[in-house]
Design a protein around this ligand. Structure first.
Ligand SMILES: Nc1ncnc2c1ncn2[C@@H]1O[C@H](COP(=O)(O)OP(=O)(O)OP(=O)(O)O)[C@@H](O)[C@H]1O
Length: 385
């Protein structure tokens, strides 16, 4: 009896010590994990996006509750100090989260009811779908008239701005263009085949391909996204939406949407990447970029199709290959268009060809900017090839 009691007097303090040690460890792990990340309590007001413990990772941050108040948005953007851009949804401002993560805050303009539907579509999609080539959503605000989306900041803006760059220093190199093409194609491939249910973006265009600080390309603007039936079903019937010039003519006529509509629009983006021509020109007989490229192809000279500002500094086999692929994507009949799986494979081949050429020249880029741009001294004559 005595013996048993003595055993307990030693045992109990040890157990207590070990238990408090474990509690201490768990608390430190908890605080370390949530260091710098803002955690908010669930709100009780009407909210169609209330999240629970099943909320998946949001971008890189894994916020437990991605809902922000308007006051937090004001603080985050320093009272909407810096405008990044503007679309039909509203204005996009620069900001920082509490842990100094850079963000872009898209605020829905008060007049736009259609914008609210797009807002719902984007939040629903981005809370469940994550890929390195899709712009990540960190959170949203839905407080009365104040409706907004908080995205990862894509510091290098959109692809269209880069293609239109006027300064010689900012012209995208051929390798840079092919990388952007591969990465954005991977984002679409994921929407079509990597998530359940599969999705069609419906507004693929060069303005909706954004570049982060390392020039990594990501698809953005998911306001028009639609789920479509995977195995078994072939299409959904829907009100036609998209952007003039990028819109699949077959979908426009039939209202039958499939993933091949994105393939068509992506083909138009590829033609822009190759040629740097406007999608529609009013002055030309071949007013659509696709007509212009087929006209030029008939002349059989790749150098006149590829952006003249590259002065022939590209692997011509990769140029032929990507032009052929782009024209395949913009086939009038959707059945003739390739899948995004195929597009990714061909684009990777093109990139490998160009890398073999440039790496062979032994001129490794010094920084990210140089990797993506061609430094053309204005006094240097165009290279003959
Ligand atoms: N995450 C982001 N990071 C940095 N800039 C962004 C981000 N999202 C949008 N922008 C900038 O704001 C601009 C407007 O974006 P938004 O997605 O609202 O409209 P859009 O795609 O240009 O037009 P629309 O919505 O009418 O099709 C973009 O072109 C881009 O320059």
């Amino acid at each position: 009896m005595m013996k048993k009691k003595r055993k307990n007097t030693v045992f109990v303090p040890i157990v207590a010590l070990v238990a408090s040690f474990l509690v201490l460890i768990s608390l430190s792990v908890f605080f370390w994990k949530h260091k710098g990340i803002r955690i908010k309590q669930g709100k009780t007001d009407a909210n169609f996006f209330m999240t629970d413990s099943k909320t998946p990772n949001i971008g890189a941050l894994n916020l437990k509750n991605p809902r922000f108040t308007y006051a937090e948005i004001v603080k985050m953007t320093n009272n909407f100090e810096m405008l990044l851009g503007e679309g039909s949804f509203g204005k996009v401002f620069h900001g920082y989260l509490d842990d100094d993560t850079e963000v872009a805050v898209k605020m829905l303009s008060e007049s736009s009811r259609q914008g609210y539907d797009q807002f719902e579509a984007e939040v629903k999609l981005l809370l469940t779908v994550h890929h390195r080539n899709l712009t990540a959503l960190y959170g949203y605000c839905d407080e009365g008239n104040h409706v907004g989306l908080i995205y990862e900041c894509m510091a290098n803006g959109n692809l269209k701005e880069h293609l239109r760059a006027e300064s010689n220093e900012d012209i995208l190199s051929w390798k840079g263009r092919l990388r952007i093409a591969v990465e954005s194609a991977q984002g679409l491939e994921y929407l079509h085949y990597g998530c359940k249910p599969p999705r069609v973006h419906r507004d693929v265009k060069s303005e909706n391909i954004l570049l982060d600080k390392k020039f990594q390309a990501k698809i953005a603007d998911f306001g028009l996204i639609k789920s479509f039936p995977g195995e078994g079903g072939t299409h959904v019937s829907t009100v036609v939406a998209g952007t003039f010039g990028y819109l699949d003519p077959e979908y426009f006529q039939s209202s039958r949407l499939t993933e091949k509509s994105d393939v068509y629009s992506f083909g138009v983006v590829l033609l822009e990447i190759i040629t740097n021509r406007p999608v529609i020109t009013n002055t030309d007989e071949n007013s659509h970029i696709k007509q212009w490229v087929s006209f030029m192809l008939a002349q059989g000279d790749i150098k006149n199709i590829v952006d003249q500002r590259l002065h022939g500094d590209f692997d011509s086999n990769s140029a032929w290959k990507i032009v052929e692929l782009a024209m395949h994507c913009v086939s009038t009949t959707s059945l003739r268009r390739p899948t995004m799986n195929h597009v990714v494979i061909v684009l990777k081949d093109c990139l490998a060809m160009e890398m073999a050429r440039t790496d062979g020249q032994g001129n490794e880029p010094k920084d990210q900017h140089e990797m993506f741009t061609v430094y053309l001294n204005s006094e240097v004559a165009p290279l003959a090839r």
